[in-house]
Design a binder for this molecule. Structure first.
Ligand SMILES: NC(=O)c1ccc[n+]([C@@H]2O[C@H](COP(=O)([O-])OP(=O)(O)OC[C@H]3O[C@@H](n4cnc5c(N)ncnc54)[C@H](OP(=O)(O)O)[C@@H]3O)[C@@H](O)[C@H]2O)c1
Length: 274
């Protein structure tokens, strides 16, 4: 069996590859990237292509049985401009099964897959535990202080390895055709608990300082975050939907093992915060 992983150099894609290799060392893995020099695990075939230009993808889909899709192109997670053409290519190449990583860009890819013949499972992770790397690591290293708005926020964050594990299981074994799988971690944590758990993992006391929304806007803009991203974050963090703070058992139901907790993630990544 050969599986194509799109977004393969990203947070989730790297985990999809790792989990596929762990579940079935015999499976042939092909990684799509725009970067011919991309560093990928040994044994993974690299396919260079750009999801915003379907004409660059023919070789990537050749002899592929299953695909893990991202639904965006570019750094700002813009929707795929020619999703239907990509799905037609995949169908023409004989792809039978797909998983789709859901996110901000949902729309055309999902519609084209639903209308077509490929068995598709839609993965809907809530907030990734790994966001803390991007948001907190520099401040923790510099001053041991975490500054964020919405201090009473609770999140059921998911470990990216569990997104990878669910994708891997579905891609290899099938089932869940047409299903949307909501993926959370095993606990809904208030921000203060996240700060404490991370501090324990890195062996230091961390302080949490709650920012007002205006202070957060200013801080993120001064860190180079674009206006759209700032607006998205204020909305996502300030109005976390019920599903973002409610634990569900999907990871264990699909993979047969309990979802990894934030303490696991923090222990694995402590070095990045020291
Ligand atoms: N962070 C969260 O809390 C969260 C929660 C739920 C859902 N999501 C969703 O997760 C997705 C992001 O996943 P991630 O964090 O794993 O991504 P990421 O780490 O930002 O990596 C982006 C990946 O997309 C690939 N890519 C970008 N544009 C491409 C193009 N035009 N053609 C081919 N490949 C392209 C990149 O490949 P190359 O650079 O190698 O070409 C890279 O592998 C988004 O849809 C987001 O909405 C995020």
């Amino acid at each position: 069996m050969r599986i194509l992983i799109t977004g393969a150099t990203g947070t989730v894609g790297r985990n999809v590859i790792e989990q596929l290799a762990a579940l079935d060392p015999e499976v042939e893995l092909r990684a799509l990237t725009r970067d011919p020099q991309a560093a990928l695990p040994e044994g993974v075939e690299v396919a260079v292509g750009d999801l915003s230009s379907p004409e660059t993808l023919a070789d990537a889909f050749k002899d592929v049985d299953a695909v893990h899709f991202i639904n965006f192109a570019g750094e700002q997670y813009a929707p795929l401009p020619e999703a239907a053409a990509i799905v037609a290519l995949a169908e023409g190449a004989g792809v039978r099964r797909a998983t789709v990583l859901g996110g901000r860009a949902e729309g055309d890819l999902e519609q084209a897959l639903t209308a077509g013949a490929i068995e598709t499972t839609f993965l809907h992770p809530v907030e990734f535990m790994s966001n803390t790397l991007m948001w907190w690591a520099e401040a923790v290293k510099a001053e041991g202080v975490i500054r964020e708005p919405f201090g009473d926020r609770v999140s059921a964050m998911v470990h990216p390895a569990d997104i990878g594990a669910v994708a891997a299981k579905v891609l290899l074994d099938g089932g869940h055709d047409g299903a949307t799988l909501l993926l959370t971690g095993p606990e809904a944590l208030p921000i203060q608990d996240k700060v404490r758990i991370l501090g324990e993992a890195i062996g230091t006391d961390l302080e949490f300082v709650e920012l007002t929304v205006d202070e957060a806007r200013e801080r993120w803009a001064s860190q180079g975050m674009g206006e759209d991203m700032v607006a998205f974050l204020i909305e996502a963090l300030g109005n976390t939907p019920e599903e973002g703070k409610t634990v569900v058992g999907t990871v264990e139901e699909v993979t047969g093992r309990p979802a990894r907790g934030f303490a696991d993630w923090a222990a694995e990544h402590a070095a990045a915060f020291r």
